[in-house]
Write a protein that binds this ligand. Structure first.
Ligand code: SF4
Ligand code: SF4
Length: 453
């Protein structure tokens, strides 16, 4: 086990106030199931899961309640035992509509359903292990929600030699991954062992920002138990967006993912620490993904903390578990303040990707009054992807999506650095989020027309 440092400096980047001290030392607390769970079928990238239960059905914790609806999809399991009150459609934290299952939980029903544990997993065929990861409903828990089975199945012409474990957690306020590394380092290393076996890789870097010394120490000690693989803890400077996939690869290996490319194009797979732990739990204990740790935080939260809660817990129940608010919230964000989504109410509920719930009081909320661009170039300096945010934004505003595509808008990782530094408060990221899906759809339609999709 080695300790290394980032191989290069992050391009662009910013240094927001982090406020991680609110919860960094708060041990993970387990929240009992609330009276009702609101479980979205769109907790992952790809097709929403298809419900296989109906109103009135009795379900037990861990039971599959919705099946994957395609290759890029993931099943959903009951986070607690109870009765299905309704199967309806509701907004996701990202604002899109998706099917949802509402469960009235039953605290008297302590039955749980698990999959058979695989203590001798090394003897299992690769496809069996991948099928288990799929069956357990595991999707990237760092925020992207990409189905893990797909990510761990690179095509034969894309050999992987390096696994990167993302423990950077560079978003302000969030400390869920930090606490997982401190409290579950052995479980994370079990997951690393399984993924190294699956990918047949010999190098693993656990990338952690230097503002988490307790996580660095815990992972160093736990990695001593990892045999047959060259492992390192790579200490990264505290800079945002250090946790982005392409940035992690560059920092830890010196490799650059080409424009439009994927980590597998440079022989890497990047997995979040929470995802890795979920893989270990699914293989070794047969546990489907039903709970996750969410940082519930902000200066107006009575007791900010890292909460292990059943997926589908409403924001209202989560904050009530943390003692409620000391003052009214002017903004509530699902995720971190840089890449998260502002929520219209506390009626929304957690998903597999809910890393945080941040409550901001009025004085911390910047009210956007967008002005014309003054051509200062600060957004260009701040962009970690070497883009020209001001120019892309104007092309989107003018409806010229072809030009936006030519300016590499699809390389934008929506980190928000450009908007953070913009003195004119231009709605840069909003423009990019609006245009990117349209361009992707257009590309797919063009490929389908040519018969190459
Ligand atoms: S949001 Fe996109 S354009 Fe803006 S800084 Fe991040 S990567 Fe660059
Ligand atoms: S930072 Fe804002 S004002 Fe400055 S060039 Fe970029 S978009 Fe224009």
């Amino acid at each position: 086990m080695k300790v290394t440092r980032a191989l290069r400096k992050l391009r662009g980047s910013i240094h927001p106030q982090y406020f991680k001290g609110l919860t960094a030392d708060a041990p993970i607390t387990t929240m009992p199931a609330p009276a009702k769970l609101f479980v979205s079928m769109a907790q992952h990238l790809g097709a929403p899961a298809k419900p296989i239960v109906a109103k009135g059905d009795i379900v037990v914790q861990g039971q599959c309640i919705a099946e994957a609806a395609g290759f890029i999809s993931a099943p959903v399991h009951a986070p607690a035992s109870g009765k299905v009150l309704e199967v309806d459609t509701a907004p996701t934290p990202a604002g899109t509509m998706a099917p949802r299952i509402i469960i009235e939980t039953d605290p008297q029903n302590t039955e749980t359903q698990t999959l058979p544990p695989m203590p001798e997993w090394q003897k299992q065929p690769r496809e069996t292990l991948l099928a288990r990861i799929a069956e357990a409903g595991i999707a990237g828990m760092g925020g992207a929600g990409f189905p893990t089975r797909v990510k761990l199945s690179p095509p034969a012409d894309k050999p992987i030699d390096t696994l990167i474990i993302n423990g950077a957690e560079c978003e302000p306020y969030l400390t869920a991954d930090h606490r997982l590394m401190v409290e579950h380092s052995a479980g994370i290393v079990n997951g690393i062992r399984i993924i190294c076996h699956l990918l047949e890789v010999k190098h693993v870097h656990v990338a952690i920002e230097e503002n988490k010394p307790s996580a660095i120490e815990a992972m160093q000690q736990a990695l001593e138990q990892l045999d047959g693989v060259e492992a390192s803890v790579c200490i990264l400077p505290t800079e945002y967006p250090q946790g982005a996939e392409k940035q992690q690869i560059s920092m830890t290996t010196g490799r650059e993912v080409p424009s439009g490319g994927l980590p597998m194009d440079v022989g890497c797979v990047v997995e979040n620490v929470g995802t890795v732990l979920a893989v270990a739990n699914a293989i070794l204990e047969g546990l489907p993904l039903t709970h996750r740790v969410t940082t519930v935080t902000g200066h107006i939260v009575q007791t900010p903390q890292n909460v292990l809660a059943p997926i589908g817990t409403t924001y209202a129940d989560l904050v009530a578990f943390c003692g409620g608010l000391t003052n009214p919230a002017a903004k509530v964000i699902s995720g971190g303040p840089m890449m998260g989504m502002a929520q219209p109410s506390l009626e929304g509920s957690t998903t597999k990707t809910s890393s945080g719930l941040v409550f901001l009081e009025e004085r911390r909320v910047h009210v956007y009054r967008s002005l014309p661009c003054i051509g200062c170039g600060r957004c260009i300096e701040a962009c970690p992807m070497d883009l020209i945010p001001a120019a892309i934004s104007y092309t989107v505003e003018g409806g010229d999506y072809d030009k936006a595509e030519a300016l590499n808008i699809l390389d934008c990782i929506e980190c928000g650095c450009c908007a953070f530094v913009c003195p004119a408060s231009r709605p840069l990221v909003q423009h990019f989020k609006l245009a990117k899906p349209k361009i992707i759809v257009k590309r797919r339609q063009a490929a389908a027309a040519k018969g190459t999709a």
